[in-house]
Design a protein around this ligand. Structure first.
Ligand code: HEC
Ligand code: HEC
Ligand code: HEC
Ligand code: HEC
Length: 112
């Protein structure tokens, strides 16, 4: 696990330098909020990804953030017009987050 963490840190470090974003991975930030592995993974010894259902258990089914204006429309990242999207499509926990919608759009909005 230690070796893996170090590798992840190295990868994250690389990404920071590309994006100039000096944020810690989301899982580590949760650690800072007093939230542990088990709270997201529902087990003390995680082997698989955490489920969005667990995120929703704390954050609710619908996160309210200001609408984002782009492409002459108001975009709600937490309510895609294309159907439901897993939280961790954008909010990766151990890697830099990604704006998943930009597989097709060009929304200049960083994901926390
Ligand atoms: C046990 C409760 C809990 C779980 C489970 C949880 N969170 Fe959080 N999360 C928090 C708390 C508390 C904060 C800090 C206060 C806040 O911003 O709401 C937080 C903050 C965040 C933030 C803002 C981070 C920042 O730096 O400001 C994001 C994004 C987030 N959580 C997404 C997620 C996602 C995605 C998941 C599932 C993979 C998840 N959370 C699981 C409790 C939880
Ligand atoms: C399409 C990408 C995307 C998906 C999917 C997504 N989010 Fe977000 N999320 C964002 C963006 C972008 C922001 C920043 C919004 C802002 O700052 O205006 C954000 C902000 C947040 C925040 C911080 C809110 C605050 O008040 O600062 C939390 C918590 C969060 N998301 C949780 C979730 C949870 C839980 C899910 C799944 C139910 C989810 N998100 C799904 C893109 C996404
Ligand atoms: C905020 C919720 C959250 C916290 C806290 C968290 N994880 Fe995760 N974890 C995830 C999510 C979501 C994934 C899916 C991959 C990703 O998003 O990076 C994951 C993936 C994993 C995986 C599987 C990786 C893979 O490739 O399948 C392991 C192992 C893991 N986490 C271990 C841990 C350990 C150990 C801790 C505590 C030090 C921890 N996680 C804390 C949300 C969390
Ligand atoms: C696989 C490609 C693809 C992805 C991924 C995608 N979109 Fe779209 N989206 C489209 C296409 C194609 C249209 C229709 C053409 C247009 O209006 O630009 C569209 C239209 C929209 C519209 C306008 C809908 C309307 O009724 O006017 C919004 C808002 C939108 N997308 C938001 C999102 C958000 C938010 C995400 C991420 C959660 C997302 N899209 C992810 C392809 C995609």
């Amino acid at each position: 696990m230690k070796k893996r963490s170090l590798t992840l840190l190295a990868v994250a470090g690389l990404l920071f330098s590309f994006h100039g974003m000096a944020t810690e991975p989301l899982a580590d930030r949760h650690g800072g909020f007093g939230i542990e592995c088990v709270d997201c993974h529902q087990t003390d010894t995680p082997t698989k990804r955490a489920k969005s259902k667990t995120c929703k258990g704390c954050h609710g089914d619908k996160v309210d953030v200001p609408l984002f204006q782009a492409e002459e429309r108001s975009v709600d990242f937490h309510e895609s017009p294309h159907g439901s999207v897993r939280c961790t499509k954008c909010h990766l926990a151990h890697q830099q987050p990604v704006m998943y919608c930009n597989e097709c759009h060009a929304f200049e909005k960083p994901v926390p």
